[in-house]
Design a protein around this ligand. Structure first.
Ligand SMILES: O=C(O)[C@@H](CO)OP(=O)(O)O
Length: 209
């Protein structure tokens, strides 16, 4: 039987500015109280899954989301720069309401594959980075269960890639704070997306097809 590798993609929990500011890679943004509760809930939902490894974006909000899962599983969290938020360049820290009025916002929404943030990363580059990182983690933990704590846009791009959906449509995929999305990889087969943006149910029963 082919051995599947499960990759769980967890977006960090809420911060005081989630949904209002584009935080990007700016340091010093921590989970809100609600975000910490969400992080605890993620750990609870993963209980019973035979987790082999935990990886996190180096940013505080992702690391803090991983902490309860690390405590529960007894696994250490390895920082992985490939799971970082997109580098939003000059847009880092900007209010989303203001950005939404810019003409470039239409490209971000409807033709993201053609968009590069001023002095930052392009969505295509971000997707290639994220997909390459997940390939490396799959190779390192073949047949295992790997939990990755990351950010909305990189997770959306990874899910789109696994679905065979063009990057230009990736904004249609919702990835909420503290949500879990799961991709199963088996050698020689197309990836199987087991769940996207899962917010509440226990995940211990996840099985590759
Ligand atoms: O600002 C946001 O909404 C997203 C964009 O990817 O970032 P993060 O998941 O880091 O909150």
């Amino acid at each position: 039987m082919t051995q599947s590798t499960l990759i769980l993609l967890v977006r960090h929990g809420e911060t005081p500015t989630t949904g209002t500011v584009l935080p990007g890679r700016a340091p010093g943004l921590h989970l809100s109280e609600r975000g910490r509760t969400q992080a605890e809930a993620v750990a609870e939902r993963l209980a019973g899954l035979p987790v082999d490894a935990l990886y996190s974006s180096p940013l505080e909000r992702a690391r803090e989301t991983a902490e309860p899962t690390a405590a529960r599983t007894g696994r250490t969290v390895t920082e992985e720069a490939g799971l970082l938020e997109c580098d939003f360049g000059d847009w880092t820290g900007a209010a989303l309401a203001g950005l939404a009025g810019l003409p470039e916002w239409q490209t971000v929404q409807h033709n993201p594959s053609a968009f590069r943030f001023p002095n930052g990363e392009g969505f295509s580059g971000m997707q290639a980075r994220m997909v390459g990182t997940l390939e490396d983690l799959r190779a390192a933990h073949h047949g295992g269960v790997v939990v990755c704590f990351s950010h909305a846009d990189p997770i959306k791009a990874a899910v789109a890639h696994a679905l065979g959906t063009h990057l230009d449509l990736f904004q249609r995929i919702m990835i909420s704070p503290a949500s879990v999305s799961v991709i199963s990889y088996a050698d020689g087969q197309a990836p199987a997306v087991l769940t996207v943006n899962s917010m509440s149910e226990p995940l211990s029963g996840l099985r590759a097809p």
